[in-house]
Design a protein around this ligand. Structure first.
Ligand code: 3H9
Length: 702
């Protein structure tokens, strides 16, 4: 059965699209719309009303069709037939009109929407550009600046704003959209309103706009560094000002086809599906019952505890913070209030919002006050003794069925669960700093964590707008375990010949959000130093991989907060600059270890650091710590600033070719020894058997 129906209601031809979950423009939908438009040309309809059933208007092209041979009719053809309809076509938008969905509306002659609806052209997030006339029609309805913002930011705007910009003609209350859009169509039919092809309008481009294109080119060369789609988007919008509509469409089509075939778009599409897949756990069915979480307690009101609390307050869930002293509690609550005030100052939230959120967070110094909460998250000092004390107390005071979570970054969640009489209720909820900003949430599933606790955690993660990924128990789980190897190789490159600036620049030019040594300075060298002190010498590994930060720490250089670390920082502006003292430290340490420092190329730095990460990723996968390779990509892209347009470390490994990766790791084993460069068994066997990761995952699922 076609997902598109056509029905004549009086003299209004009604096209209804019903393609759950988001009415994506699959081949069947495209064909259905095209057929319905053709039928409407020859029946008794005066106008055509296009609407969608279900939770949203069309959310775009069907992304799963990209990367496969294109199927007729193409979206541009279908939209052409809408625009050329002799009878006016009216779109009624509810939910979201995104990408090809908004382009469908723009090709229609009239657009009405629910006031609550949103519209957007998010193609850039997938390494694409609007490829069905969006770059040519948007600036014929909205100003050039609004068009550039809409298409380059990829962020949806409200129907109200779209109405003000000229993209929407009429707004209705959400619950009245069905009736009102019909009445609107009725009125247009009665008035004999003409079809109004957008292509016939003049582009809204004025003298004052001439410099816009270069400004946006420069801005997005920085904002979306290394990505091709944003630059092509500016080219297409500029073409709209100098070329005919038909020529502009051709330019847009060529650019779209190039983007669709690019590695960048393949990587971004991979991340789109990987993010959604990560929320699914193989042995936990979708209909697993979940527990109600209407109140939360956080143990520890430090930076991390405060950030975690804000997530819940932002989602309207009351939080009780527990600290050992009133002074520490007041300090923690004060920090939260000042972060909210900062957000008000920057215009991110209103003063009322800040007040409402702040008042959802209260404090206590007594464990006894936590008897009725549904979830507790412990965010105290990383010491198993301290955790034991906390979990023993929680076990005594919390009601049956309360979920007990630890935010530990490294400690053994199975051991922590055993401090309670209810290990089924215990899991790790590993937030990333700053916890109110970073999107990743590792959900650490211990041996005995019950399935409904896992299902509740996943549901809750989405409620507080986090990206959840299941990790099993091991030192560092998925992210920090890989990070250790990444940082180790950074240190090895440093001692063997690179400078902090060279490493940071090489990694950032490749697309990392920040250089590894800048991150170390930001996080504080004291934090990693103290974490290392808890390890045995064997666990710490080769001293060459940590002596430089140890010495910097011992010199009182703990990073940005002390004004110096791998760099020095201006106390006023926090401007970073190089410091010859650091090179002296590196050279001293190198000579102590008998390392003769040699130049290392940027390419070699990049290769060594990314391969250290990838090899550990394969080990994590073969041990079952991560459910799937794409989960590792999600962890790295959402928690560690790995460039999404490279798809995450595991996707990148496949793009480069597993055999090439394996050969390089073996080469490093030859030159650097096997302490760190033993290839993962999984990687080795995939290469030897000529298999892909997808082949292996299929085999595992059977
Ligand atoms: C485009 O339009 C190109 C054109 O310019 C040119 C063409 C020539 N396709 O996110 P959710 C699936 S490019 C296929 O969890 P929510 C999604 O994978 C496109 N599948 O729901 C998930 O599947 P599952 C431009 C799609 O309520 C399920 O739907 N458009 C698509 O949190 C539910 O999704 C976009 O980039 C799709 N287009 O959010 C919009 N969209 O259940 C992309 C979703 O198996 N979509 N799915 O895991 C979104 O941003 C969000 O899905 C949306 C709903 C906001 C709509």
């Amino acid at each position: 059965m076609s997902p598109v129906t056509y029905e004549l209601k009086d003299d209004i031809g009604v096209i209804a699209i019903d393609n759950p979950p988001v009415n994506a423009l699959s081949q069947a939908v495209r064909k259905g719309i095209q057929d319905a438009i053709a039928t409407a040309q020859v029946d008794g309809s005066k106008v055509i009303l296009l609407q969608c059933l279900g939770r949203t208007f069309i959310a775009g092209a069907d992304i799963s069709e990209f990367g496969k041979p294109p199927l007729d009719p193409s979206l541009p053809e279908v939209l052409n037939s809408i625009e050329q309809s002799a009878k006016p076509v009216i779109c009624a938008i509810h939910g979201q009109a995104l990408g090809g969905g908004l382009e469908t509306a723009l090709a229609s002659h009239y657009r009405c929407a629910a006031r609550t609806a949103k519209v957007g052209l998010p193609e850039v997030n997938l390494g694409l550009l609007p490829g069905a006339g969006g770059t040519q029609r948007t600036p014929r309805l909205a100003s050039m600046q609004a068009s550039l913002d809409l298409i380059l930011s990829g962020k949806p705007i409200s129907a109200e704003q779209a109405h003000d910009e000229g993209l929407i003609d009429a707004l209705f209350a959400e619950d009245e959209l069905a009736d009102q859009s019909f009445a609107y169509a009725r009125k247009l039919a009665d008035e004999g309103a003409p079809a109004r092809p957008t292509r016939e309008l003049t582009v809204k481009f004025y003298e004052a706009d001439t410099e816009l294109f270069d400004i946006y080119r420069k801005t997005y060369a920085k904002k979306l560094k290394g990505q091709t789609a944003p630059q092509l988007i500016v080219d297409c919008l500029e073409a709209a000002t100098t070329k005919s509509f038909a020529e502009g469409l051709k330019i847009e089509r060529n650019a779209f086809v190039a983007c669709r075939a690019s590695e960048q778009s393949a990587a971004l599409r991979h991340i789109f599906f990987a993010e959604r897949q990560a929320a699914k756990i193989a042995d936990i069915p979708k209909d697993t019952p979940t527990r109600d979480i209407n109140s939360v307690a956080i143990i520890g009101a430090g930076l991390m505890g405060g950030g975690i609390a804000m997530n819940f307050a932002n989602a309207g869930i009351p939080v009780t913070m527990l600290e050992i002293s009133q002074e520490a509690l007041d300090k923690g609550l004060g920090n939260i209030a000042s972060i909210y005030q900062g957000m008000v100052k920057k215009g991110r939230i209103s003063a009322e919002d800040a007040h409402r959120r702040t008042s959802l967070i209260t404090g206590t110094t007594r464990f006894d006050d936590l008897g009725s909460v549904d979830l507790v998250i412990e965010a105290v000092f990383e010491s198993i003794e301290v955790k034991k004390d906390v979990f023993t107390k929680l076990d005594q005071v919390c009601k049956p069925g309360a979920i007990l979570a630890t935010n530990t970054s490294y400690l053994d969640v199975d051991e922590i669960a055993q401090f309670t009489s209810r290990p089924g209720d215990v899991l790790g909820l590993h937030f990333f700093s700053p916890a109110h900003i970073m999107q990743l949430l590792e959900i650490v599933r211990a041996q005995q964590t019950s399935k409904d606790v896992m299902a509740t955690a996943i549901e809750l993660a989405r409620k507080i707008k986090k990206v959840p990924v299941q990790a099993r128990v091991c030192y560092g789980f998925i992210g920090n375990r890989m990070l250790r190897q990444y940082q180790r190789e950074v240190q090895m490159c440093l001692i063997e010949g690179a400078s902090p600036e060279q490493i940071d620049t090489a990694m950032m030019s490749w697309g990392m959000a920040m250089g590894p040594l800048m991150v170390a300075d930001l996080a504080g060298l004291d934090i990693s130093y103290k974490a290392r002190q808890a390890l045995s010498d064997a666990q710490k590994g080769d001293p060459k991989s940590y002596r430089i930060p140890d010495v910097l720490y011992e010199m009182g250089r703990v990073g940005q907060k002390s004004g110096s670390g791998y760099y020095v920082y201006d106390p006023e502006t926090r401007q970073r600059s190089s410091d010859p003292t650091v090179i002296e430290v590196i050279e001293q340490e190198a000579s102590k270890f008998g390392v003769s420092r040699q130049p290392i190329s940027d390419a070699e730095i990049l290769n060594r650091i990314t391969l250290a990460l990838i090899n550990e990723g394969f080990k994590i996968l073969e041990e079952g710590i991560a459910q799937r390779a794409s989960d590792i990509d999600v962890v790295y892209c959402f928690g560690y600033g790995f460039p999404k347009f490279r798809g995450g470390p595991m996707f990148f490994a496949q793009t480069r070719g597993l055999d090439a990766i394996y050969a390089d790791i073996c080469r490093y084993r030859e030159t650097h020894g096997d302490m760190y460069w033993t290839p993962s068994d999984l990687l080795k066997s995939l290469v030897e058997q000529g298999q892909t990761l997808a082949d292996w995952e299929k085999g595992q699922a059977q």
